[in-house]
Design a protein around this ligand. Structure first.
Ligand code: T4K
Length: 398
């Protein structure tokens, strides 16, 4: 393990980087190759590659069991799953969403001519602030699309109460929340439906993939039609639709990854606890908490760089990058500050002070099955070293 003792020890000052190979956020958690190969052999034997094949059906069944939810409609990715769910719910006009999320949440609405209206977030949970949601409601509002950011549940009961009061549809982008709970009940059981992402970078992946999970029979049926061009039977199209189908090879990846999901969860939790121990008592550095009685998947290691930090978030990230730690600043600068939305809603920032502040402060650190204790202790030592104001900053940043 590299020790950092003086400013010259840092790569930014010309020393070799702490890690020879780049450590990425989002390295996939993948099963043993042999497990996947077994499933791929079955695909070769069956000659069935896509279009609601046996493996997609098996994966859907296993996910409904895992989440304790009635229906899982597997899709080719989380974004299409969001689009199909939004359309199946008949959302139109304006839908209230957080701006502090991956851009796909907003795009899934605007792509179909619906205006995402950004509401602010809670400074601690980073999830929608119900008061801000209430303030954003207009006569054009048809729904609320909450996001369970970092796998921590949205304030579901409060949002449901607002939806009921105003006659709005409530759905969730649960892309981060596979295997997480709200009041002890698995995410997937709330709102009209919830949307999962199985992208390579997620806790559970199918290369690319996603699903809508719901307890509503007719909604599930409608989305099954929509993901397959509206076909009911061989030549009978009874509904508008698109191509949202998951392939068999993606489902094979999902089935093999489900076999190791407990081990991935265990590793993610160990990593989180290791970071928590190592990053204690560093001025200006706070790890967001996964605490209480809920289940989490610990897929995101989220550091909040406070105003008391001697260095800015961006300075810390560029120093980590120089050491081959590719930390990320998800979800800076917030959807409302990205070109398509900034131009359409130039004054949105005025309503989003917490989003603006949080988006400037967050660092995501590498985790998952590819990161070991040694790496975590070096990354943490590095952060401690560069944030220690007894080290002369002028010497660090030439
Ligand atoms: N809603 C929310 C809240 C989401 O976070 C997302 C996706 C969605 C909806 C949409 O779901 P999908 O349609 O994607 O299913 C990544 C992912 O591409 C994106 O899926 C994810 N959120 C987002 C949080 O992260 P980028 O732009 O950071 O990806 P990229 O290509 O920079 O990859 C991140 C890192 O992961 C790389 O530095 C290296 C590593 N990586 C990535 C891939 C793809 C690997 O090591 N292997 C890989 O195969 O968006």
């Amino acid at each position: 393990m590299k020790r950092f003792e003086k400013p010259e020890d840092l790569a930014i000052n010309g020393a070799p980087p702490a890690f020879e190979k780049v450590l990425h956020v989002g390295r996939p958690n993948i099963a043993d190759r042999a497990m996947f190969d077994n499933y791929v052999d079955r695909i070769w034997e069956s000659g069935w590659l896509t279009n609601n094949g046996p493996m997609v059906q098996e994966l859907e069944e296993k996910i409904t069991e895992y989440l304790g939810v009635k229906h899982c409609v597997a899709m080719c990715n989380g974004t299409i799953a969001l689009e199909i769910a939004i359309r199946a719910l008949g959302l139109e006009g304006e839908v209230i969403v957080p701006s502090f999320t991956f851009i796909a949440t907003a795009h899934a609405l605007s792509w179909q001519g619906i205006q995402p209206v950004f509401a602010d977030i809670d400074p601690v949970t980073h999830n929608l602030d119900p008061d801000s949601v209430r303030a954003a409601i207009t006569t054009n509002t048809t729904g609320i699309l909450g996001v369970h950011l970092w796998g921590r549940p949205s304030p579901i009961a409060d949002l449901q109460a607002i939806a009921d009061e105003y006659g709005l549809k409530l759905m969730f982008d649960a892309a981060h929340a596979f295997g997480c709970t709200y009041k002890g009940v698995s995410i997937g059981n709330f709102g009209e439906c919830e949307v999962l992402s199985f992208h390579a970078t997620k806790f559970f992946n199918t290369f690319e993939g996603g699903a809508v999970v719901t307890n509503d029979d007719s909604l599930a049926e409608q989305m099954r039609l929509m993901r397959n061009f509206g076909f009911s039977g061989l030549d009978n199209v009874i509904y508008h639709g698109t191509n949202g189908k998951m392939t068999e090879v993606s489902a094979a990846m999902g089935l093999s990854n489900l076999l190791v999901i407990d081990a991935v969860l265990k590793k993610n939790k160990e990593n989180y606890l290791a970071y928590k121990a190592h990053l204690e008592n560093i001025e200006g550095i706070k790890l967001i908490q996964y605490s209480g009685t809920e289940h989490f998947n610990y897929q995101y290691i989220v550091v909040d760089v406070g105003v008391d930090s001697p260095l800015t978030r961006d300075k810390i990230i560029s120093m980590l990058n120089a050491e081959n730690v590719l930390a990320r600043k998800y979800f800076w600068p917030g959807c409302h500050n990205m070109a398509p939305y900034r131009d359409l809603q130039p004054h949105a920032s005025l309503r989003l002070p917490v989003t603006n502040s949080v988006a400037e402060r967050i660092i995501i650190l590498p985790t998952g099955v590819n990161i070991g204790d040694d790496e975590i202790s070096v990354i943490s030592a590095l952060i401690r070293f560069i944030c220690d104001d007894s080290v002369t900053l002028e010497n660090i940043i030439r």
